[in-house]
Design a protein around this ligand. Structure first.
Ligand SMILES: [Zn+2]
Length: 321
């Protein structure tokens, strides 16, 4: 226990030092981007013009991260803040409302269509949802505060969605840097080719696992499932901010026992409570793999997105093969 506390304390100090180092820079930086995969894309687009600042390093979940004052300051000082929106980085919302500068919430752009979060206990292997009315009700109550949280913001898990994001970010950067229109267009075209190549690579890697189903800690894999023909069959938490209840787990266990669903693996997310997920995997007698779609251990920068998607898919395959 003591060891764990020391480890946590060292981690917290390291996180503060790390952010202080980058936030000193942030006072003169022009672009601040919320999460590593988006930051990577913006770095590639702004190459040769400016170095965007990363706001959240990916060590804790953006669904419920606590911002430190230097992060709030970095948002205030930026010429533009780029984020998915309240559908994903909810804790930023109250600060964004107070910003007078330029803000790009990707979920507000008409070319980026967010899917609704799913509700119920688990989903049918063939088609759509197996509804559980009681839990549907709970789910909607929980989300009454903000409609935006009824949407799934994990768009970067499909590289082809990221090509849409390139188009949106490009428009905004052209307004911000009117003297660099040509360079921005070239950078954007180069990066779209990289995204297409990444998608083709991942398609090939995922091909043998087509149609396989799995359980994950919370609902965030719809874009990934669509892109790579696999399927989330159930989640442990209906919402990432709400702990699971026993009834929910019992229903999943019964569905597996009755042969109604055949998940290959339970995936835990690096940013969430791994010990809890492991205990559920034991209960459900499923293999257990930790995935990290924010690339907490991958250095930020223009290559980060491809690296984190490759790492994600490699870990994913470990569970589903
Ligand atoms: Zn999430």
């Amino acid at each position: 226990m003591r060891k764990k506390l020391v480890f946590l304390a060292v981690g917290a100090v390291a996180a503060v030092l790390f952010f202080n180092a980058s936030s000193t820079k942030a006072t003169s930086d022009e672009i601040v981007v919320s999460i590593k995969p988006l930051h990577s894309l913006v770095c590639a687009l702004a190459k040769g013009i400016t170095n965007p600042t990363l706001l959240l390093d990916g060590n804790s979940s953006p669904h419920h991260v606590q911002l430190v004052p230097s992060q709030v300051l970095a948002m205030k000082n930026a010429k533009i803040l780029i984020w998915v929106g309240p559908a994903y980085e909810q804790p930023l919302f109250k600060h964004v409302k107070q910003l007078e500068n330029n803000v790009l919430a990707l979920q507000d752009d008409s070319s980026i269509k967010l899917k609704p979060l799913r509700s119920g206990t688990f989903w049918d292997e063939k088609s759509c949802c197996v509804h559980d009315h009681h839990e549907d009700h709970d789910h909607h109550n929980h989300h009454e505060q903000s409609d935006a949280t009824n949407l799934d913001g994990h768009i970067w898990l499909d590289p082809l969605m990221m090509t849409q994001v390139v188009g949106v970010v490009l428009q905004h950067l052209k307004k911000l840097y009117p003297n660099h229109q040509g360079l921005l267009t070239r950078n954007a075209n180069d990066y779209k080719k990289r995204l297409e190549a990444l998608h083709q690579d991942l398609l090939k890697k995922m091909e043998p696992y087509k149609g396989k189903t799995y359980i994950i800690q919370h609902d965030g894999n719809q874009y990934f499932d669509n892109a790579y023909n696999v399927k989330t069959i159930a989640t442990i938490s209906i919402d990432p901010n709400v702990p699971p209840n026993a009834g929910h787990m019992l229903k999943i266990r019964k569905a597996i026992g009755d042969g109604k669903i055949h998940p290959k693996c339970l995936y835990a997310e690096r940013q969430m409570d791994g010990a809890l997920a492991r205990s559920y995997a034991d209960t459900l007698k499923l293999s257990f793999v930790v995935v990290d779609y924010l690339g907490a251990d991958i250095p930020a920068g223009e290559d980060a997105y491809e690296a984190l998607m490759n790492a994600y898919v490699n870990a994913f395959i470990e569970g589903i093969k």
